[in-house]
Design a protein. Sequence first.
Length: 76
Amino acid sequence: MQKQTVIYDSPVDALVAVSKRMSILEERYSMPSEDFFHRYSAGELEDSVDFVEWSNAYEHFIAIRERIEKKLRHAA
């Protein structure tokens, strides 16, 4: 598997893209991303390709969201 880098025009675009990917996985596994991440982090789920990607997507989602929220707080 080859790693691919995607560059977004804005943090909001990146957040939307990551959210869409997480939504697909949430539907596939009938589990919200937050619940998945807690279970995966606790070692309750295997290290399948989907789960590793989902975990990375969730961490990326949280980081982007925090950056956006920080900018919004400073703009107010």
